[in-house]
Design a protein around this ligand. Structure first.
Ligand code: M6R
Length: 602
């Protein structure tokens, strides 16, 4: 949650605005900047997005000689999204400014202590205590770095911070615990940011800040040390994303761009080294498999659990936020936990993984971010090769997760002997056809635009599927609801008669994920039940399925495939449906209200 950007370079103001804009997917409730100008700190902040802010505030009036600045884009956790709660936060003297990403667990107690010592607060945030704690450290003569180290030792919880002090106007001091912070060096300056996309335009070398470390950025570079003051050698990470990968590239929205990038993303994921997949798969052998993730990533887990069970494994998918409760009292020494997350930073998923590790489970991480917290906690990991995903709605990350999980499952089945070498090779060659099949669907998106126009004014919708496609249906419903605000529920089709059907009246939209798989005959029964109550039926079906076309009001065809490829293929039209419905409703699919791309709070 929240994005931090800091830079020391010539003409820092436009760099800060641009860097922060690339982090808006992490939150966009409010925005703010702090600059050092003529030895003083200037803070500008307000409610709303960066574009709104830049339209309202005359940033051009700022001194073009400004070289040092920090900025923040917020997803509110403590305190309403308003100007007062926007970052940066200042100390009592106005000479220290901080931006913070994370959540402080003991801020109430710290705040009470600070107030008792005479500090005045101007926001309701947890973050403001950091500014006042740093103020006390600076006042005691230990300098900005010492003061931030001292503040970090008094706080509990996640904390990525960048701080400025007018007494040390040439530097930015950063601290990182649990929340991510990456440092970058480029030909024109030194930078820090919550995520790599913000740095790609400016930096040529990238360094992860280790857990619990402090960094001091100056014009000449940065130094890194532990909280106890020992120097740390920075660890460089390879980043091969170019600017085009983090820009919209001519598409109206990141979401649409990312939908169109799926053939490439999937083919890159299919190229993950066989050796890596085999190593990861070996972790599953003879173990009870618990797959965990949140939101879309949970749907990938659910889908994979069906596949793994059909291949002879004992697999269960558990929503990360329920993981600990769900498995209360169970020993996990014999389990392997597969933690799935696009960002690799989702607090619920990290919490589930940490819980499982405490109880002795081995961990396999599947993330789209090699440098993430989940990868660093894992005994083995696979990096889905989706490339940067900026749109808040997960699209290509879901498809690449499905593909990585399928590669893993089939490889484990080969190793366990439940799949013959010949069958395994058949699967590999079928999977290789995915990028072309996805492209063929993308070539027909105009049809979905028409269908979306018809459904754009609906209030409710059910998404129904069976088997692996229960997960597809749930993903379709999540996509629609999160970006179009239409109430949508994803359900196992067979379950609909146990309650949900009571809502169905003439015109109620039912989206069926009904490709020609082993449950196709039974799902036709479910279609008929809904139709009999007057529901409007939109089916995603296999090309040439005349019987289902006949009973559907609208349909969209996907290419004929083996059963395990249908979740990948059937998801694409559902993503596009949600995208077009949202845009017809005048909404920005990249920035759904109340959401953030990376949810780093529990
Ligand atoms: O980064 P993660 O995959 O761990 O994120 C999990 C969810 O927050 C995410 O999938 C969310 O549900 C998306 N907005 C769905 O489109």
């Amino acid at each position: 949650m929240c994005g931090i950007f800091g830079c020391i370079c010539e003409a820092a103001v436009p760099v800060l605005v641009d860097g922060l804009r690339r982090l808006e997917y992490r939150g966009y409730d409010s925005v703010g900047f702090a600059f050092i100008s003529e030895g003083r700190i200037i803070v500008m902040k307000d409610k709303g997005s960066i574009d709104d802010f830049v339209r309202r505030v005359d940033l051009d009036s700022l001194d073009s000689r400004i070289e040092v600045g920090i900025g923040h884009t917020r997803w509110a956790t403590h305190g309403a999204p308003c100007k007062e709660n926007a970052h940066p936060h200042l100390d009592c003297t106005g000479s220290i400014a901080i931006v913070h990403n994370g959540v402080l667990e003991n801020f109430l107690e710290l705040r009470a202590g600070l107030q008792a010592r005479g500090h005045a607060f101007s926001s309701n945030t947890d973050s403001e205590v950091i500014a006042h704690l740093v103020e006390e450290g600076v006042r005691s003569g230990i300098g900005l770095k010492g003061a931030l180290a001292s503040a970090s030792s008094q706080t509990r919880g996640s904390m990525a911070v960048a701080a400025l002090s007018s007494a040390e106007p040439d530097r930015i001091v950063c601290f990182r615990r649990e929340s991510p912070l990456i440092l970058g060096i480029g030909p024109k300056g030194v930078y820090c940011a919550s995520d790599i996309p913000a740095l790609v335009k400016y930096a040529t070398r990238f360094f992860l800040m280790p857990e619990g470390s402090l960094a001091t950025l100056t014009r000449g570079g940065f130094t890194l040390e532990s909280a106890s003051g020992e120097q740390i050698d920075p660890c460089a990470v390879g980043v091969d994303w170019d600017l085009a990968a983090v820009d919209r590239g001519g598409y109206a929205h990141f979401m649409l761009k990312e939908i169109h990038e799926q053939p490439l993303a999937v083919s890159n994921t299919l190229r993950i080294s066989a050796e890596y997949v085999a190593r990861a798969a070996s972790l599953l052998l003879g173990k009870r498999i618990l797959l965990t993730g949140s939101g879309t990533s949970y749907h990938a887990c659910l889908c994979a659990s069906y596949l793994l069970n059909s291949l002879g494994f004992d697999a269960r998918a558990i929503i990360s936020s329920e993981f600990e409760e769900h498995l209360k009292g169970q020993p996990l020494g014999e389990a392997v936990v597969v933690g799935v997350s696009q960002s690799g930073e989702t607090a619920d998923t990290l919490g589930a993984i940490r819980h499982a590790k405490r109880l002795g489970a081995r961990v396999l991480g599947i993330t789209n971010t090699l440098s993430s917290s989940i990868t660093s906690l894992s005994d083995a990991y696979l990096c889905t090769q989706g490339g940067p995903e900026i749109g808040v709605a997960a699209t290509k990350s879901f498809l690449t997760q499905l593909v990585a999980l399928e590669m893993l499952s089939f490889r484990a089945a080969l190793a366990s002997g439940s799949l013959s070498r010949a069958d395994y090779e058949g699967v590999v060659s079928e999977m290789a056809s995915l990028p072309a099949k996805i492209s063929s669907i993308l070539g027909r998106l105009d049809r979905l635009r028409e269908i979306a126009l018809k459904y754009a004014d609906r209030r409710d919708a059910y998404f129904l599927g069976r088997g692996m496609n229960v997960a597809t249906a749930m993903e379709g419903a999540l996509k629609l609801k999160e970006i179009s605000y239409i109430h949508a529920e994803g359900y196992p089709a067979g379950e609909s008669k146990h309650g949900p059907i009571s809502l169905v009246e003439p015109g109620f939209l039912c989206v069926f994920v009904a490709p020609k798989d082993s449950s196709r005959q039974r799902i036709i029964g479910n279609v008929m039940e809904m139709k009999a109550r007057g529901a409007e039926i939109f089916s995603v079906l296999t090309e040439g399925d005349g019987e289902l076309v006949e009973v559907s009001d609208e349909h969209f065809e996907v290419p004929e495939s083996p059963e395990y490829l249908y979740p990948v293929l059937c998801t694409v039209p559902l993503q596009a449906l949600a995208y077009y419905v949202a845009t017809y409703r005048g909404l920005d699919p990249d920035r759904p209200r109340n959401l953030a791309k990376s949810v780093t709070v529990l």
